[in-house]
Design a protein around this ligand. Structure first.
Ligand code: F3S
Length: 421
């Protein structure tokens, strides 16, 4: 392991000067820095912590968090949580058993005692304007949020693990390596896309193809701006460009391990730095069509759908409005979940979108999503989604068979109970 420079204050945190909880956090941050060859630590402005669902944590994870909280660990920068395994206040209605719900609520309580705000969403960038400035250092763990922060916001974060993001929040610093450094942000692949991209699902399909080919590389999309209906610099939480970019990033991160992409003339660094962003051994990749991705993400044998899942990453207000307009005055034939942040749900209530969807028999579900909720306990065996990340993870994480298509195809399936191409 390499050596790492620590200031006097940092050394004191590592030596236990502020108690065992802070010392434990500093040990994690410094050890990661040594493993990855960081020369120093860097102050962070926020942390986003994943691994919140009791489905993933189990009793051992809950005990670990409780011990850390009892040791006096407290976040010293704004710190937020990824979705947990259920809605905080409607878990009985969801059919979640108490043996899952009670420890899940205890997990949230442990985070709360450490000063972490239970936003319970993977889209912190939809919840506050200017959640991170270009060039700002962060310690975010949710892979879809990491890729959005790096690529669209121009901030700098590695793909932290849940414990390392919490540790970084407790010491207000993270190890400075990887995507925190200019050299880690150079493109490894130039990608030309020769297929039209009309829908959010198309952006997910593109992410499946490119993610599988570039792995943990940094794609530089040469010509994607034409499919993003907002001008560079006007990418705001309400714009369809955000819905497309968050889906693309989530898919690249799920099917590959992408933490950063650039769009020529569009994303902040591509605008500021231009072609100097290309790394020394850049490779070229051409995407001619999306059919292979749609084929790979679809289980052709699935016709009857138990659950239609929209909102991965968590739905924006615009996406909830689109669902409401589609289902207004109709009735579902199977379950529909539109998963979103609690704050977004509250805004959608004000606009009447939630009432419209729930009158049609659907649910706008806060705090959770279909990948981290215990779907098997709820009897769900087949699922339809317009989210490439859900299509990637749900079979392995939740044991379900998946259909992937446009939001319109998914909503038709919710109304009829059956998938049709
Ligand atoms: Fe978010 Fe769950 Fe998808 S955490 S990115 S909605 S898998």
């Amino acid at each position: 392991m390499s050596s790492i420079y620590l200031s006097v204050e940092e050394q004191s945190l590592l030596d236990g000067g502020q108690g065992p909880g802070v010392q434990r956090a500093m040990e994690i941050v410094v050890t990661l820095g040594r493993i990855y060859g960081a020369a120093r630590l860097v102050p962070i402005s926020s942390a986003h912590i994943s691994g919140v669902s009791y489905k993933n944590l189990g009793a051992a994870g809950l005990a670990f968090l409780n011990r850390w909280a009892e040791e006096g660990a407290r976040a010293r920068v704004p710190a937020w949580l990824n979705p947990m395994g259920m809605e905080a206040d409607r878990w009985i209605e969801m059919g979640i058993p108490a043996e899952f719900a009670e420890p899940q609520l205890a997990v949230i309580d442990a985070f709360r005692r450490m000063g972490v705000v239970p936003t319970l969403s993977c889209t912190p960038y939809l919840l506050a304007e200017e959640v991170a400035q270009p060039g700002e250092h962060l310690a975010w763990a949710e892979s879809s949020a990491v890729v959005f922060a790096n690529s669209v916001l121009g901030a700098r974060t590695n793909r932290e693990g849940g414990p390392s993001a919490l540790a970084a929040a407790i010491v207000g610093r993270t190890a400075c390596y990887g995507y925190h450094l200019d050299e880690g942000r150079r493109a490894t692949h130039v990608v030309e896309v020769h297929a039209p991209l009309h829908t959010v699902a198309d952006f997910g399909a593109l992410g499946q193809i490119v993610g599988q080919q570039v792995g943990s590389g940094v794609p530089y999309f040469a010509d994607l701006g034409q499919w993003l209906p907002a001008l560079p610099g006007e990418v705001s939480p309400g714009s369809e460009a955000v819905d497309r970019l968050k889906t693309l990033g989530a898919s690249l991160a799920a099917y590959g391990a992408v933490a950063l992409f650039h769009v020529a003339g569009y994303t902040p660094e591509a605008v500021a730095v231009g072609e100097d962003l290309l790394g020394p051994d850049v490779q070229f990749l051409s995407v001619e069509g999306l059919d292979d991705a749609y084929l790979a993400m679809n289980d052709e044998g699935v016709l009857d759908i138990d659950l239609v899942s929209l909102g991965c990453p968590h739905a924006s207000l615009a996406e909830i409005a689109q669902v409401a307009e589609f289902v207004r005055g109709q009735q579902m034939n199977t379950q529909l979940w539109v998963t979103t942040a609690r704050r977004t749900r509250e805004r959608a209530v004000v606009d009447g979108w939630v009432q419209t969807i729930e009158e049609a028999g659907g649910r706008v579900v806060a705090d959770t999503c279909t990948v981290v909720a215990p779907l098997q306990l709820l009897g769900v065996r087949t699922l339809a989604t317009n989210a490439a990340k859900t299509a990637c993870y749900a079979p392995a994480h939740s044991g379900v068979r998946v259909r992937f298509g446009t939001i319109e195809q998914c909503l038709q399936a919710a109304l009829s109970g059956r998938w049709s191409n």
